[in-house]
Design a protein around this ligand. Sequence first.
Ligand code: AMP
Length: 581
Amino acid sequence: MEEFDQEKVIEEFEALTKDAERVQRETLKKILEENGSAEYLQSIGLNGRTDIESFRACVPLVTHQDLEPYIRRIVDGDSSPILTGKPITTISLSSGTTQGKPKFIPFNDELMENTLQIYRTSFAFRNREFPLENGRALQFLYSSKQFKTEGGLAAGTATTNVFRNSMFKKGMKAIQSISCSPDEVIFGSDFHQSLYCHLLCGLIFRDEVQFISSTFAHSIMYAFSTFEQVWEELCNDIRTGVLSSRINVLSTRTAMSKLLKPNPELADLIYKKCSSLSNWYGLIPELLPNAKYIYGIMTGSMEPYLKKLRHYAGGLPLLSADYGASEGWIGANVNPKLPPELATYAVLPNIGYFEFIPLGENIEDQDHNNMESSFLRMEPKPVGLTEVKIGEEYEVIVTNFAGLYRYRLGDVVKVIGFHNSTPEIKFVCRRNLLLTINIDKNTEKDLQLSVEAAGKLLSEEKLDVVDFSSHVDLSTDPGHYVIFWEISGEASQEVLQECCNCLDKSFVDAGYVSSRKVNSIGALELRVVRRGTFQKILDHYLGLGSAVSQFKTPRCVGPTNNLVLQILCANVVTSYFSTAF
Ligand code: AMP
């Protein structure tokens, strides 16, 4: 097995980041040289030039929509050099949970190598602060289905493409994380069955488990809330050595049956521990006594799950994983001791060429949730990686080794500091506005803050917001915001009315407040949905071929994801209108 040399990895990272500007220049040169024969680059007059100035002068900023015709040809099997010199043979499907529909994105070995570099880098820093002993990882990994496009290319979600890649296993072994679960569980065709088996594997190897992880924190939170439902059944399986009949995917069943042996002592121990916990506080360290931390992406749209996760974690630290997208990786978390709310990502200057559009007030410029059309009105002037300024917010632009050139990722980040000469950025939100009716402008972050504020009123009643979403209802005159909440128990009408008022008051955007005052936006409506509604939304996305590993609850539902809106509306139990204005 390849030895992992932690200090060497850190040294390499230090060297790369000390000279980020040069590394960026060389990276761009390499990308343009490797792909100089691509039709896309040929057509824009670069004529083989590989310097930054020519690149910026010739290559336009693009969105996914602009590249769609090229990607479509690749998907349909045209193997000429279209976006890259070497033909693309694999396509990633972005989760699509933020924008309603999955996007096709080219994937190749270079992106795979970037993935391993990011994992290695953050692992080296993490392991320096939280050293692991030999053991296993309880990883809630799920692969979506891989399929062939009409043109014969392999397609799957980016995480699936990564998990299935032979370099992944080798690379992961090197960083000491042998999963508790056999491949047949990770690649099982039924998510609910795989989740049950992951939990069972975690219990079987409980003494060996060194950390718990998943791509996004939602999956970890979701796994342990499922545990609350199935723990007795899990104990029963361990006691008898016979796998629950709920597992009927043959390959998963066969693999699990090999691991499972009757172990009444272990079953008794877990039963006792679970029975003695108060409201499941500290569940994770009780079940997995040698775990050192919990690891997954915990920033951005994952922040609302931190409270629940901390409850399960007891005192175990929560460490945020890295920052990337199906389009490619961006930064590694090299300050693992920071709590997720403060986590930053140091951009790796050799995995792509990065530019940043300064936002200043520009983010306010957008119209009605339509990122594409607002792009046309603005002429953004991006700056280079080492030119960004501390405290400023930017939109990220990616040029990668897999055929994306000056691609607007649509994420907003804030520069918090520098690691040597590369910026450490904090994820702020997706750039598209979620809620807007007239002059009001509210992002995912604004919604999150408002839900957090109102959620505090629920906490006083020992209740929590399990999950939430929103919608702009224009069927009323004037239109109004609708916030959907799933709550952990029954709240009184008085408290919910207060929450509703608080939600309304907590949107502090001047456009919203002034519109509310003159009633050009109607009273905010809080709709409480049945328990399990957000699980139905997850199931809906899974049905569309999306992977749990990349799932992000859609925080605003509109015409592009009408079916989700239908699920939410069909499950409303009560609703309240704000009386705050
Ligand atoms: P996907 O569509 O599944 O490729 O998701 C990529 C998107 O997930 C990114 O563009 C971000 O909006 C979000 N994301 C990825 N990593 C992080 C992170 N560390 N913190 C916050 N959001 C993230």
